[in-house]
Ligand binder design. Structure first.
Ligand code: MOS
Length: 752
């Protein structure tokens, strides 16, 4: 296995796909010309401010809006008493899309309060400031009920949902786990706790709603336009075709922009009532209750092995908090079904309802908390066996998918670990904890594996070339900061043999062909593959016209397959400029579409187990006196098929590694057990790693091409940097100190 070349030394290649090309939308973003949701300017927009509940459970017994209504500039105060009728929370109108994306989520439709900071009023005014003053003048009296907030105390109330959120079975069982685990000579039985966590995209959730007759245009910040539109249609009880979603630039989206939230519903309702455009944004603090989170979890991992380190039994049980009114079950243990060989296996997901808003997808949903726990347990087993953690994983490498029984497509986990070990200097690690000391610091090394299912979402792309040779592609795909505009430009330019400057990618408008959107690390492969097909179809149409048109200079030229290179079409010995050709043979331009089906509907998914892989390495320094943990180095070696852009791919993995640091060492939203209130709901008190925390990071991509995955040979990688990277850090902390902290994040108090 050759490792890929670093971004720097690939630039000699002539191909565009894979090149470390800087973002084509970068200049727009850094000069402020990329328009984000709240910045769209329309004539006569009014501004809404949301007022949230100050209890977590109960009902509104009195709500006095008179003062607010009389305040200067206030146009309207909406509460459950006067909000337009909406369908009950529940099934969606679009049966083809999973209900979780598309169900009606009405706002201000009841006197019930179901979670702390749930919207109880929207004040709309001529300015945002007037709306905020107005919101402060609304007085609400509640009848509070006792809420349930403590997951650990309520594990006995756990129930089994029908399926995990992503559609996987909640349970899997192969062989006889209990007997095999009982009989195993070496075992680990460890319980880990992960806290509530919140995603904080730089751009908060915001919407501008503009009605025209019975149609509404929604300028917002959304990851998946089609699902978003379907969910809003259910909530407003109108046809999806009557909604246009516009979301060309998105200031980050980590799962929290997959479904409709309060800003969108309330802006749309108020704009309809007032017959003028309305803007509503969630404040940073409001996002903590109203834009999703990763739920608190308890995980028990049980591993039984023989003395040689071969797993005889593997069990992963997950208990997760869910909201009392809407179920959300992450696929936390699903990765474990494909990672290591073991004849006796058990994975289970259980939910405990609490009086908190629903959990939602948060970058690497499932695998992030799941691998954080599981890959620590594997490290614990290695220690118990006296075996190197990489060697233990190699001994349990399965020949085929251990639960599905089908072959893997490409799987280079061992190569990732070995290449990482070589580059990281893993041999310098001393397996005896606490044995490397530098001054006050104890130095520790840790590693962990990463695995991520490869998803493809149903996607169509349209591409057109005009008489000047300009290429335009349109998809309702989004670029959430990941590099979609750039990657799609590379794909179209390489395929059609035109310079990147001749290609314009248009995204983020629901009038364009429907795509998977961005999420689940499926965006680049799904949109890229559809565009690849669309470009091939366009080349065929051009070729047809070139061969047959009376006006074509290449008419009748040989039976050779034409090539599209350097802005020209070449047929045998003949060539002509593409722009010139189109100008002559199709002055109105030529267009074509291309599509990919959802991965789960394809033969290739049924016959191959498709995942991307990685190995994460971490070195930490722990102050022996204070317990302060500092990152020193991280390395991730990734096997994710063909890399479409070495620069944006690297950025994705770096971001993921930083999430790993957050999960291992810093991130935790604290729920007040008395009030059900997230107390640290801003970026001052919710700690995420900053530049000074991440230290040195390196990313290496293995040279891979997965011909089973899709026509590009690429697999999803966006979230792969998160999976397992936190466990590598936790394992390094143990190697430094000899202490196993099983309750995340590992803050210094837990080491004293
Ligand atoms: Mo990501 S949590 O799949 O948007």
């Amino acid at each position: 296995m050759e490792e890929t070349t670093t971004p720097e030394n690939r630039s000699s290649e002539t191909r565009l796909i894979g090149q470390p090309i800087a973002r084509v939308d970068g200049p727009l973003k850094v000069t402020g010309r990329a328009t984000y949701a709240y910045e769209h300017a329309v004539e006569g927009a009014a501004y809404g401010c949301i007022l949230g509940a100050t209890i977590a459970k109960g009902r509104i017994v009195e709500i006095d809006t008179a003062k607010a209504e009389r305040a200067p500039g206030v146009l309207h105060v909406m509460t459950y008493r006067n909000a337009p009728a909406q369908p009950e929370f529940g099934p969606a109108v679009t049966p083809t899309v999973p209900e979780v994306f598309t169900r009606a989520r009405p706002m201000l439709n009841s006197d019930r309060v179901r979670f702390y900071d749930e919207p109880v009023a929207l004040v709309v005014a001529e300015t945002f400031e007037a709306a905020r003053v107005g919101a402060g003048l609304v007085s609400v009296r509640y009848e509070e009920e006792r809420g349930a907030f403590d997951l650990s105390a309520r594990l006995a109330d756990a129930y089994t949902p029908k399926r995990t959120n992503a559609g996987f079975e909640t349970d899997s069982a192969i062989g006889d786990f209990d007997d095999a685990f009982d009989a195993a000579p070496v075992k680990v039985d460890a319980t880990y706790r992960t806290p509530y966590q919140h995603h904080n995209p730089m751009e908060p959730h915001a919407t501008l709603a503009v009605w025209s007759g019975d149609e509404v245009t929604i300028y917002t910040s959304a990851q998946t336009l089609a699902n978003f539109r379907a969910g809003l249609a259910s909530t407003l009880d109108i046809r999806p075709e009557h909604i246009r979603i516009v979301s060309p630039f998105i200031g980050g989206g980590f799962g929290s922009k997959l479904i409709v939230h309060a800003d969108t519903v309330l802006a749309a309702l108020a704009a309809r009532v007032l017959r003028r455009p309305v803007k509503v944004a969630l404040t940073r603090q409001q996002m903590f209750a109203n834009a999703g989170h990763r739920a608190e979890m308890v995980q028990q991992v049980r591993l039984g092995a023989d003395y040689d380190g071969r797993l005889t039994s593997m069990g992963h049980d997950v208990w997760s908090a869910t909201s009392s009114f809407e179920e959300f079950c992450e696929q936390t243990a699903v990765f474990a079904r494909s990672l290591y060989a073991a004849p006796n296996r058990l994975t289970r997901h259980r939910l405990v309802p609490v009086d908190v808003n629903r959990g939602e997808w948060m970058r690497s949903p499932g695998e992030a908390p799941g691998m954080l726990a599981f890959e620590c347990a594997v490290d614990e087993l290695a220690e118990r066996l006296g075996l190197d953690p990489i060697e233990l994983r190699i001994r349990n490498e399965p020949a085929k998918d251990p639960e599905r029984g089908v072959p893997f497509s490409t799987r280079n986990l061992i190569a990732c670990m070995q290449e990482g070990a070589r580059r990281f200097g893993w041999a310098r690690r001393n397996p005896t904890p606490g044995s490397i000391r530098e001054g006050r610091n104890l130095i520790g090394y840790g590693m962990a594996a990463a695995i991520r299912p490869n998803y493809i979402g149903a996607t169509t792309a349209r591409v057109a070339i005009d008489a000047t040779g300009r290429v335009t592609a349109e998809l309702d795909m989004t670029d959430i900061g990941t590099g979609t505009y750039t990657i799609l430009t590379q794909i179209a330019a390489e395929s059609l043999g035109v310079p990147m400057a001749a290609v314009k990618i248009e995204l983020g408008d629901s009038r364009f062909p429907r795509t998977s959107g961005s999420g689940g690390s499926w965006g680049a492969s799904s949109a890229g593959s559809a565009l690849h097909h669309a470009c091939n179809a366009l080349k065929e149409r051009i070729t047809e016209a070139v061969r047959s048109s009376d006006r074509s200079p290449l008419r009748g030229a040989g039976g050779v397959k034409p090539s599209f290179v350097g802005g020209e079409v070449r047929l045998g010995d003949h060539s002509a400029s593409l722009a010139d050709l189109i100008g002559r043979i199709a002055p109105d331009g030529i267009e074509a579409t291309g599509s990919v089906a959802a991965g789960r509907d394809t033969e290739s998914y049924r016959t191959y187990s498709q995942h991307s892989y990685g190995a994460h390495f971490a070195e930490v320094a722990v102050d022996a006196d204070t317990g302060e943990i500092r990152m020193r180095r991280m390395l991730s070696v990734i096997g994710a098929g063909r890399i479409l852009n070495a620069k944006t791919a690297r950025s994705q993995i770096l971001g993921g590694m930083a999430w790993g640091i957050g999960a291992a060492l810093m991130e935790e939203t604290v729920l007040d057990p008395r009030s059900g209130h997230f107390v640290n709901r801003d970026l001052a008190e919710y700690h995420v790693p900053v530049n000074g925390d991440v230290a040195e990071m390196e990313v290496v991509f293995l040279e891979e091409y997965d011909d089973k995955a899709n026509p590009l040979g690429a697999k999803g990688l966006g979230e792969l940097g998160v999976f397992g990277s936190g466990a590598a850090i936790a394992n390094a902390v143990h190697n430094a100190t000899g202490i196993r902290v099983r309750e995340f994040p590992i803050t210094l108090d837990k080491l004293l």
